[in-house]
Design a protein around this ligand. Structure first.
Ligand code: NAD
Length: 130
């Protein structure tokens, strides 16, 4: 659906239960047919380094990486807790940091533009005064 709307999509999955074949037929990175390209990265949502690299440059995130199986959660409650809770927290932490950095970057750029416009006005005014 996102591809049909023209979005570029990155899929991050540790392939613990997911399979690459599920994405067969979808346009891969660099292709522009059927909407936009899709990038597939194998990785664990618990890998903070990977999540930190994955988030920047994206407009939105749909977190589907999960231990979704109820019998599995009863068999491995700690693993389920880590993937579903800590994994979500990793994403939220990273989003919080990335949004903050983007905002600070924009503020610095706007402030630079304001100062250079003010300098230009001042020098123009000085020239007109002569
Ligand atoms: N299927 C539904 O009808 C449905 C409905 C409502 C909500 N949900 C929610 O959507 C989410 C996904 O459900 P689903 O049915 O697609 O489950 P699923 O098991 O089919 O898919 C989960 C995916 O997460 C991947 N994954 C598991 N652990 C990972 C990890 N540590 N790092 C990266 N990837 C990992 C698996 O490889 C798999 O591809 C769950 O939170 C579920 O509760 C599902």
């Amino acid at each position: 659906m996102l591809l049909d709307l023209g979005y570029q999509v990155s899929v991050h999955d540790d392939l613990s239960t997911g399979r690459r074949e599920y994405l067969e037929g979808l346009p891969r990175e660099g292709s522009t047919s059927q909407g936009g390209p899709i990038e597939c990265v194998e990785g664990d949502i618990l890998d903070v380094h990977l999540v930190n690299h994955a988030v920047p440059g994206h407009d939105g995130i749909v977190r589907l990486a999960a231990e979704a199986c109820v019998p599995g959660s009863l068999a491995s409650p700690r693993q389920t807790y880590e993937v579903n809770f800590v994994g979500t927290l990793n994403l939220l932490d990273t989003c919080h940091r990335v949004v903050g950095e983007t905002r600070r970057h924009r503020q610095r750029r706007a402030s630079k533009l304001r100062s250079s416009a003010a300098r230009e006005r001042t020098s123009k005014g000085a020239e007109e005064h002569r």
